[in-house]
Design a protein around this ligand. Sequence first.
Ligand code: BGC
Length: 730
Amino acid sequence: MNSAILRIALFATFALSAFPQHRLHNDAADQSQKHPWMNTALSPDERAEMVLKEMTLEEKMDLVHGNGMPGWGKPRPNAYLGNGGAGFVLGIPRLGIPMIQMSDAAYGVRSSAENGRYSTALPSNLASAASWDPEAACEYGALIGRELRAQGYNMTLGGGVNITREPRNGRTFEYLGEDPILAGTLVGNRIRCEQGQYVIGDIKHYAVNDQESGRNEVNVIIGRRALRETDLLAFEVGIDTGNPAAVMCSYNAVNGDFACENKFLLTDILRTAWGFKGFVLSDWGGTHSTIKASAAGLDNEEPNDDFFGDKLKVAVDSGTVPLSELDQHVRRILRSEFLSGIVDHPLRKSVVDVEGGFATALHLAEQSTVLLKNDNGVLPLDRSKIHSIAVIGSHADTGMISGGGSAQVDPPGRAPARWQEHVWFPPAPLKAVSAKVPAETVSFDSGDDPARAAALAKQADVAIVFAHQWLSEGMDLPSLSLPDKQDALIEQVAAANPRTIVVLETGTAVTMPWLGKVSGVVEAWFAGSKGADAVANILFGDVNPSAKLPMTFPLSEADLPHPQIVPPPPGSHGGAAVAGNGEAKPTFSITYNEGLKVGYKWYDAEKKPVLFPFGFGLSYTTFGYSNLAVHDNIVSFTVKNTGTRAGAEIAEVYAALPAAANEPPKRLVGWSKVHLNPGESKQVSVPVNSKYLSIFDEAHDAWKLEPGAYTFMVGGSSKDLPLVKTIEKN
Ligand code: BGC
C-alpha cells in the first residue's frame, strides 16, 4: 500500500470510530498516556510544538489545505471523510489530532437537511446587532457552537464582520452593521462563546469585502488611516474580544494584493500589530498563489489544494519555500486545535435541543426587532378594542424570508435549500398573529392584487402589511427599494386604512416612500425560527421593543457615498484575470474615497438628512437622561423610565474629537442597555477604552490620543443626544 492510501485508510478507521462514546473515552485515556502533548496542563503553544516535532512532511502538508466541498468541482477520493459541510482538514490519527470539520454557520448551522440533521435559525447577524447586547451575542455564539458539535462539526465559518460601508451589499444581513466598535464587540462576544463549546471560531472576511459585485476580482483602494479606523477596527476589536482561533481572508484585493496573499494584512497588521496567533484560511477559492500567499501569511487553502498541495510541497522540497515557513503554518493550526479544545473534546454527534433553540431564537428575535414608527400609539395593539385585523402580503401565511447564499439555514422537514433560493422560514406570521386574538378576527390577503388587499384593509380595524427584501451572498441589490411593487401595495392599503402597520423583513436598509401615510413600522429583519412569534409579541405588547438600528436608513441611494455600485468590467466572468505569467490580477478597482466617513459618520459630515438614524429605535415607554459626568474615561449619567411600562433602553455614548484630529463629527464610543420599571432611575457608568477615542497616526504607525477638547454626548440615538459635556485631555 502506498503511503497516501495507507493514510486514507488510517483516517477512515479514525473517522468511523470517531463517534461511539465508549471508544472515544478509551481513546482519550490511551492517547494521554501515549502522547505527552495530551497533557492539558501544558499551553496550546507547548502542545503544538511537541506535535510538530513528530510530524512527517506529508502530515504537515495534510494540515495546510482542504479536501473539497460537496458541489465544488469533482469530489476527491477522500470526500467520504467529510461531514457534508463546507470542507474538512485531515487529522493525524497516529498523533491523536482530529480532523477539522467545518460548516458555515452565519445565523445557524448550514446544510442541516443535507446531513439529515436539524438547525435553529437565529435572527440574522444584522438583526442581532440591533440588540446591541454582548450577552445576547454570547448566547447566539453558544447556541451555534452547541448545534455545530451536535451535527459533527468542530469549526464554524461564521463570524462575518465586514462593516456596512455599502448598504446594497448582498451580505449585509451576515454582518453587524456600520459601526466598527459595535460590530467588533458583538462579533468578539459571539466568537468567545462559540469557542466555549469547543469549536474553532472564525472571523471573516478579512478585509474590506464590502460589496459582492466583482468580489473575486476587485481591487479596493483605501488609505491606511481609513483602513485602520473603519473596516480593520471591527476586526481588531473582534479579535481582541473573542480571541478567534481562525481568520478567513477575503476574495478581493486590497491596495493591489489579493487579501489571501496580502502581507500587509496577514502579517504586518494581523500578526505584528495585533499579535494574532491563530491560523488564516482562505475564502473558498480565494487563494491565487503558492509562494506569495505562503510568505504573506496564509496558513490553509480552502476548499482544495490547488496552491497548497503539490505545488507547495515541491516548493518546500526545493527550498523555495523554507521548511520553517511550512512549520509555522502547521504550528498555528495545531495551536488553534488545542486552544479551542477540539483535541481534548472529540466530536460526538447528538440530538439538537430543538426546544432550547426555539427559546433562544425567540428571546434573541425579541431583542432584535426595532420599532421605527408608532403614531398615536397605534401599537401595541389593544386586544379589547380590535375586532378585525387584515394581515397582508409577503407570504405571511407561510413564513418569513431568510438570508441566502452560504449563510442559508434549511427550515425543518424540507429538501436542502438551493443556492440563492428564496426561503420562507416557518412559522407563519399569520398564525402567530391569529394566536393572539380570536382567530376569526384575522383575515389574510396575499397582496398580489393591491386593490383587493386594500378592500380587505378598509373593512378591518387595523391592517398589518408584511414586506420583504431578500438578500444573498453573490449579489448586490440594484437599489434600496422594496422589490415586487410592495411600495405600491403599502400605499394602497394605507390609503384604505390609516391604521396600517408595516412589518419589514429586510436584510439591510430600505427606502420608505409611504412612511408618512402609515401609522406604524416594525423592522423585524430576517428573524429566524421564532421570528413570527417575536413579531406578534411585539405587536401586541407582550414584549416591549428595545432594539436600535445598527445602520443608517438613508433617504435615497443618491445620498450614499457611492450613489451607484461600482460594477465589474463588462464581459467579466466573476474570477480574477490571469496574466501571461500565470499570476492572477484584479480586473477593476473601487476607491473608498469617503475615507473615515462610513455610515452615520458620512451623513453627519456631509450634513445629509436621513430616514432613520443609526442608533434609533422606539419603545412603548419613554426615557429621560440627566446628570452627565466624565472622569478618567468613565462616562456616567442617569436614565429614567418616564413612561408607564417596564422597558429597556440602549443608552448610547458618542464623542467628538478635538478639531486637530480631523475626524467626522462624532463616533460611538460606548453604550449600556438599562432595564427600568416605570418611574425607576438608574445611574449608568460606561467606561470608554482610550483606543476608541484615538485616531490612527499613519506617520508613527500607531494609535494616538490627540490632545485637546473632547465632547461626550449621551442619549437614545445618534441624532438624539440630550446630554453634552466637554473635557480637556492633554
Ligand atoms: C463564502 C464564505 C463561506 C465559504 C464556504 C464562500 O463563498 O464567501 O463566507 O464560508 O464560501 O461556504
